[in-house]
Design a protein around this ligand. Structure first.
Ligand code: UDP
Ligand code: MG
Length: 308
C-alpha cells in the first residue's frame, strides 16, 4: 500500500461524501494504491450513515467508529495505528485542506528522497484578527518555553514516511499533543505554504475556550517551565522577606504595615500560582499512570472490495 489517508470526522455529515468524491477525482491518475481511513469521532449527526454508504461501494475505505467523541488528537492516533501505507497523510474532512495540495505533497516525497515528511502551514489565515493574534502569542510563548520548535501555522495537514509514523506511535502518552509530537520525533520535514479554503459545510468544532484549553495542554505537555519557576520564585520570596525585615527595621513607620500587607498578599498569590501549575502536572501524571486508553473503538468497518 502506497498511501494511507487519515480523515478525522466529527459531525461532518455533509462533508464525508464530498471529501470522498473530490479526493478520488483528484487522485484518479495516482500511480499506486491508497486507502482512506475515516475516523468517526462520535458524531451525533448522519456522518456514520453516510460513511456506511461510502464503504458499500468504495474501494479501500475504512471507517473507525469511536464509541463517543474523544477529540481530533485521539482520532489521528487511531488512524495512525490503523494505517499501513508507505506514506501516511492526515487531512480534515471539511475540504478546507484541498486534496490537490496533498497530491503535490505526495509528489514532493516521491521526488525528494531526503524528505521524511511534508507539512503544510497556513501562510495566510482567513480567521478574525483576535484569533490570529492569540495564535501568534501561543507560538511565541511555546517556542520560548519548550525544548522543541513549533513552526507557526504548521497544521496537522501532513504526509510522512512509515518510519515517521512508527516514531510517532512509539510515543505512547495519553495526553497527546500531535503538533508537539511531530516536532519531538524530528526527521527532515519540508514545509509548504497553503491557504485554508472555506469549510465545505458546517462550522468549526473549535471554540475559543477549547482552543485555549488545547494551547495550555500543549505547553504543559512540552515544557516543564511552570514546574521550574517554583524554585526561582521561592528564592525571590526568601530574599524579599529579608529585604522587608531590613526595610521595616530602618523605617519603623506605618509604611511597614502597608508593606507587610503588600508582601503577604503578593506572595500568597505567587504560591497559589505555583501550586496551580504543580497540580496540573500532578493531574497529567495521574492520568498517564492510570494508562487509560486514548480512545475506544466500537467497530472497524471495511469496504467490501477492500484490497491491501
Ligand atoms: N474533528 C474531530 N474531532 C473533534 C473535532 C474535530 O475529529 O472533536 C475533526 C473535524 O471533523 C475536522 C478536523 O477535525 O475534520 C478539523 O476540525 P475543524 O474543521 O472543526 O477545525 P478547524 O478547521 O476550524 O481548525
Ligand atoms: Mg476545518
Amino acid at each position: 500500500m502506497k498511501l494511507s489517508v487519515i480523515v478525522p470526522s466529527y459531525n461532518e455529515e455533509d462533508n464525508v461524501l464530498a471529501f470522498y468524491n473530490t479526493f478520488t477525482q483528484v487522485f484518479k491518475d495516482f500511480k499506486g494504491s491508497y486507502e482512506i481511513i475515516y475516523v468517526n469521532d462520535g458524531s451525533k449527526d448522519k456522518t456514520l450513515d453516510n460513511l456506511k454508504e461510502i464503504i458499500a461501494s468504495a474501494k479501500n475505505v475504512k471507517v473507525i467508529n469511536f464509541s463517543r467523541n474523544f477529540g481530533k488528537e485521539a482520532a489521528m492516533y487511531a488512524g495512525l495505528k490503523e494505517a499501513i501505507g508507505e506514506y501516511t497523510a492526515i487531512i480534515d474532512a471539511d475540504l478546507q485542506q484541498r486534496p490537490e495540495i496533498l497530491l503535490r505533497m505526495v509528489t514532493l516525497l516521491d521526488e525528494n528522497e531526503e524528505y521524511d515528511s511534508v507539512c503544510a502551514y497556513q501562510a495566510k489565515r482567513k480567521e478574525g484578527k483576535t484569533l490570529i493574534f492569540l495564535k501568534k502569542c501561543f507560538y511565541g510563548l511555546i517556542n520560548k518555553v519548550s525544548d522543541v520548535r513549533f513552526v507557526e501555522g504548521a497544521s496537522d495537514f501532513r504526509i510522512f514516511r512509515k518510519k515517521v509514523r512508527e516514531a510517532i506511535l512509539s510515543l505512547e502518552e495519553t495526553n497527546r499533543f500531535t503538533k508537539g509530537i511531530f516536532s519531538y520525533v524530528g526527521f527532515n520535514t519540508h514545509y509548504i505554504p497553503y491557504c485554508a479554503e472555506e469549510r465545505n459545510s458546517g462550522s468549526s468544532k473549535w471554540s475559543l475556550k477549547s482552543l485555549f484549553k488545547y494551547a495550555i495542554s500543549g505547553i504543559l505537555a512540552f515544557s516543564t517551565l511552570p514546574l521550574r519557576i517554583a524554585l526561582p520564585l521561592g528564592c525571590v520570596t526568601v530574599i524579599g522577606s529579608f529585604i522587608y525585615l531590613i526595610v521595616s527595621l530602618i523605617l519603623k513607620v506605618e509604611l511597614a504595615t502597608m508593606m507587610l500587607f503588600f508582601f503577604l498578599s503578593f506572595f500568597s498569590g505567587v504560591q497559589l500560582l505555583t501550586i496551580g501549575f504543580l497540580s496540573r502536572y500532578v493531574q497529567l501524571m495521574y492520568s498517564e499512570i492510570k494508562k487509560r486508553p486514548v480512545y475506544i473503538v466500537k467497530e472497524v468497518l471495511t469496504s467490501k472490495h477492500y484490497k491491501k
